[in-house]
Design a binder for this molecule. Structure first.
Ligand code: TRP
Length: 458
């Protein structure tokens, strides 16, 4: 760092990460979750594979990565919750604190996402016990479908697991995010990756691996629809946890001396790698068992148990896998809530305990719209489908890209070059210039074009 920094540095109100590695772990813990293992395979399956996957990878690297860097740099500069930070920096850079609205909409998006995220995470948790107790042993594709239908189709079961997961999430957020999270991610994320590699071995031997590789990586561009392109864009935001201020909130706790570019690239690479791995585990099982890749949100829960039911030691592997998936979802869920809680604490001046439980209660209640979408209200459909379908579409494919657009326009056009270079690279070297080019031109224009294309304007 310069001996004489150009602006006076602010100090975070909620503590700092103990190291760069701790920050990487926290953001990676946020990024890696159901998005990688549950959502990516099922939307890739619904949207024809190949071309969709390729387009998603482009969105991640050309749009998601620069936006992640923008969130971290804004967060670290403001060192407050996303609403206060956007207001503060907006005021400093352009004389208006109206940019705080971006933070408010982001907090809303986090609340909506968590309300259904928790329902799916509840299924993963439920499958821990099903796996350990041997419920998967010897099942065929039909029986696995029936087993999943029994869980999703029961409002009581799904609602109970949703409740358990929300309590787990609130319990951590109520204590303060830095404690515990670091340790959990440091051990559990490598364990999840290791287990995915074990399953990859199984899928290569026992599944239709060649068919899966072909499906995932051979682009058939005619199969990528206008809507599919928007879904790929939305998922780039969803899987990286960007567009709503979660990474901005974590960036607020990042010490000054750490490189934003390297950190972001490491996180994006890990997150993308895990999604690819999950696809290469799941699709060979799907194709070898004649399942439909376009099954929808139940895909992971209806494919992996077939493998667990056949492999030696399958009960342990199944229990371990779904437990690690639940943990991954947990660290993501925490990051969906943290901006809202930090904002409540700072604006209403309530304690963390009160803020976390009050917000958690509202999210839990809202979650029942998604719980019921798979059973008692499964016939109530409008626009995109059930409440769950609409909530997912609205948040991931509309709110996150628009939030991300605002954030990247703010960092690229509203903030001065001095301010952003100061955070990313005070020497304004080539990596800074690459970021600035992506942030000013490529990312905003691409987001706008994909939107216009989705509504059929060209
Ligand atoms: N990225 C997480 C996943 O892939 C979900 C998530 C956590 C998220 N925090 C977020 C999505 C913030 C959008 C915004 O499972």
């Amino acid at each position: 760092m310069d001996a004489d920094p150009p602006t006076e540095r602010r100090i975070s109100l909620h503590g700092e990460w103990s190291s760069r590695f701790a920050f990487i772990l926290a953001v990676a813990g946020s990024a890696v979750g159901l998005g990688n293992v549950w959502k990516f395979p099922y939307i890739a399956g619904e949207n024809g594979g190949g071309a969709f996957v390729l387009f998603y990878l482009l969105c991640v690297s050309l749009i998601g990565l620069p936006i992640m860097m923008a969130e971290i740099l804004i967060g670290r500069r403001g060192r407050r919750n996303p609403v206060a930070t956007m207001g503060l920096i907006g005021d400093e850079e352009s004389g208006t604190s109206k940019w705080a609205i971006v933070g408010i909409v982001g907090i809303g998006a986090g609340i909506l996402i968590l309300s259904y995220y928790s329902v799916i995470a509840g299924w993963a948790f439920a499958y821990v016990w099903k796996g350990i107790s041997g419920s998967f042993s010897g099942l065929d594709a039909d029986a696995v479908g029936t087993l999943f239908g029994g869980l999703a189709g029961s409002a009581l079961a799904t609602g109970t697991w949703h409740t358990v997961f929300m309590v787990m999430t609130v319990a951590v957020v109520a204590k303060g995010v830095e404690r515990g999270l670091e340790k959990a991610v440091r051990v559990l994320m490598p364990a999840l990756i290791a287990l995915l590699f074990v399953l990859l071995g199984y899928s290569m031997v026992a599944g239709d691996f060649a068919g899966a590789v072909e499906f995932m990586f051979a682009p058939r561009f005619s199969e990528l629809t206008r809507d599919g392109a928007l879904i790929a864009l939305g998922h780039a935001f969803f899987t990286l946890s960007v567009g709503m201020g979660a990474v901005m909130a974590y960036g607020a706790y990042l010490p000054d001396e750490h490189s934003i570019g390297k950190t972001s690239m490491a996180i994006v690479a890990a997150d993308t790698g895990i999604a690819m791995l999950a696809g290469l585990v799941i699709f060979p099982i799907v194709f070898a068992n004649g399942l439909d890749p376009a099954t929808g949100p139940g895909l992971v829960f209806q494919s992996l148990p077939l493998a667990f039911g056949q492999m030696p030691g399958g009960q342990i592997v199944a229990g371990g896998f779904f437990l690690l998936l639940t943990f991954a979802a947990w660290t993501s869920a925490i990051s969906l809530m943290e901006p809202g809680v930090a904002w409540l604490i700072e604006t209403l001046r309530v304690g963390r305990l009160v803020a976390a439980w009050a917000l958690g209660l509202s999210i839990w209640l809202l979650g029942f719209l998604s719980v019921f979408s798979f059973n008692v209200l499964s016939d109530v459909t409008f626009l995109r489908g059930t409440f769950f379908d609409n909530l997912d579409y609205l948040t991931a494919n509309i709110m996150l890209p628009l939030g991300g657009l605002a954030i990247v326009v703010f960092a690229g056009w509203i903030m001065s070059q001095n301010s952003t270079a100061d955070e990313i690279d005070p020497g304004a070297g080539s990596s800074y210039r690459a970021w600035r080019f992506l942030a000013r031109y490529i990312a905003p224009i691409a987001v706008i074009l994909i939107f216009l294309n989705a509504i059929g304007l060209f």
